[in-house]
Design a protein around this ligand. Structure first.
Ligand SMILES: Nc1ncnc2c1ncn2[C@@H]1O[C@H](COP(=O)(O)OP(=O)(O)OP(=O)(O)O)[C@@H](O)[C@H]1O
Ligand SMILES: [Mg+2]
Length: 450
């Protein structure tokens, strides 16, 4: 097993001696420094896996040292040592990214168990980073990223049906990736070398839709100076992607149905039917069954299209895809924009996971891009997150701080009590509060019957 290097920083020789002995006996490599300045010097010339530092140091304070380390190597865990009666300092250090704290006098067992925990987490994190590139291969299919069971199932279905000739209906909320799925179906089929033609039924005005789809003959209507090839004909032997099919008007629905049944089209103003072979993949963010019930969508066309239906789940129902997608977009931007942003700070990622993404993957992509453009650092900081997400981070931070504060207080009280054989007056003195205040706090922490 690889040896771990630990740097201990304290201006008290005694503490350095005891701590390094304890750690060396457990097989760790230990180096020591008596000031932040010395620690920074060693930190810059060696590779440490963990730093243990007193908060009260001459010159640059322990908090200053912590900030320095976190700005250089945010992943390296830092354990701080605090004196009695300095709860605020311990909490501040935790806020600034300390892994945890130890109260003086340092208990060797406590020290060892914290060190072990910190190093285990550190190793896991590093493994994750190397695993990431492997995972990416496994969790990507034709540019679609997803590790959630729902997306993995979707990939399997795509493989199963892409080579068939059936029409396919893709349903899903806006921004879930329906067009990506349609492309994947085409490029995984025998038609891959032939055209993939997208027709957005919502974007083309009703009056010209028929001629766009089927083409027209010269002179078919005023302004038809030339013969025009329709989009369906352009897609011969390939695939037609009919996006927002729910927006197609009833008259055209009838004509499309006829094409699906007979594989023939009639141009506007034409007399001869033209044979053509184009596979139809349609998509909608409407619930087409409802449209059918409301008689806005032809039932017969619905059944023709709906031979196979693929449902793309909304992002909020597959939150395990969020980190993967966010990192994917980040890397895409790194390639395009040339910055080298390594990742997201933990609280930013937490907020991305907590948000419920009404705009789905497209919204996530926009949020990442906005942060990317604004962020001057190597990791994306909360400051650059979209304002609607910042609230989520703040809520969570406050909660963590509150929990840390309560935990820290309880531990310090227990320690003071243990050191005074549970003499409340003496413990209160050590903690710098009155006996009455101590008793109130002890009740709150269930250390006294209330
Ligand atoms: N699983 C995914 N992996 C990678 N990128 C994705 C994924 N899903 C969506 N995207 C990206 O998100 C954006 C929106 O996807 P797409 O256009 O396919 O969604 P849509 O469902 O067709 O949306 P709309 O209903 O609004 O047309 C695109 O930039 C797409 O590349
Ligand atoms: Mg789309």
């Amino acid at each position: 097993m690889q040896k771990h290097n630990i740097l201990i920083v304290d201006d008290e020789k005694n503490i350095l001696k005891i701590a390094s002995m304890t750690l060396k006996q457990s097989g760790y490599e230990v180096d020591t420094a008596m000031s932040s300045e010395e620690a920074i010097e060693k930190f810059n010339h060696n590779s440490f896996h963990l730093i243990i530092s007193d908060l009260k140091l001459p010159g640059i304070s322990g908090i200053g040292l912590l900030e320095y380390i976190k700005s250089r190597e945010p992943d390296i865990p830092v354990i701080v040592i605090t004196a009695f009666g300095t709860i605020e300092n311990a909490v501040e250090a935790m806020k600034k990214g300390a892994f945890n704290y130890l109260a003086k006098p340092v208990n060797p067992d406590e020290l060892l168990s914290l060190v072990k925990e910190a190093l285990e987490k550190y190793e896991l994190r590093r493994e994750n980073i190397t695993l990431k590139s492997e995972l990416r291969q496994k969790y990507s299919f034709s540019n679609i990223i997803g590790k959630s069971p729902a997306m993995q199932e979707l990939f399997d279905t795509i493989v199963m049906i892409s080579k068939t000739q059936s029409n396919i209906l893709i349903m899903g909320e806006s921004g879930t990736g329906k067009e990506l799925v349609a492309r994947a179906l085409h490029y995984d089929s025998d038609r891959a070398e032939k055209p993939f033609v997208t027709i957005d039924c919502a974007a083309i005005p009703g009056e010209i839709m028929e001629s766009e789809l089927f083409g027209h003959e010269k002179g078919a209507f005023t302004g038809a100076h030339e013969r025009k090839t329709g989009l369906l004909e352009h897609a011969d032997k390939g695939t037609v992607f009919l996006d927002e099919i729910g927006e197609l008007d009833l008259n055209l629905q009838k004509k499309l149905l006829r094409f699906l049944q007979e594989k023939e089209i009639l141009k506007v103003g034409g007399v001869n039917r033209i044979k053509l072979d184009a596979r139809i993949i349609a998509a909608t963010n409407k619930e087409l069954e409802k449209e059918v019930k409301a008689r806005k969508f032809r039932e017969d066309l619905f059944y023709r299209l709906n031979v196979v239906t693929l449902k793309v789940p909304p992002l909020r129902e597959r939150k395990d895809d969020i980190p993967l997608l966010a990192n994917h977009f980040l890397e895409k931007l790194n390639k395009i924009e040339g910055k080298m942003i390594k990742g997201f700070e933990d609280d930013v990622m937490d907020a991305l996971i907590r948000h419920d993404w009404p705009g789905n993957v497209r919204e996530l992509e926009n949020v990442v891009e906005r942060a990317y453009v604004l962020c001057p650092n190597v990791t994306i900081n909360i400051k650059y997150l979209h304002p609607k997400l910042i609230n989520l981070v703040q809520e969570e931070r406050e909660e963590i701080n509150r929990m840390n504060l309560i935990e820290t207080e309880k531990k310090l009280i227990i320690k003071a009590l243990n050191n005074t054989s549970w003499n409340q007056s003496k413990a209160a003195e050590i903690l710098g509060i009155s006996r009455k205040q101590l008793r109130t706090k002890m009740k709150r922490h269930s250390l006294l019957p209330s």
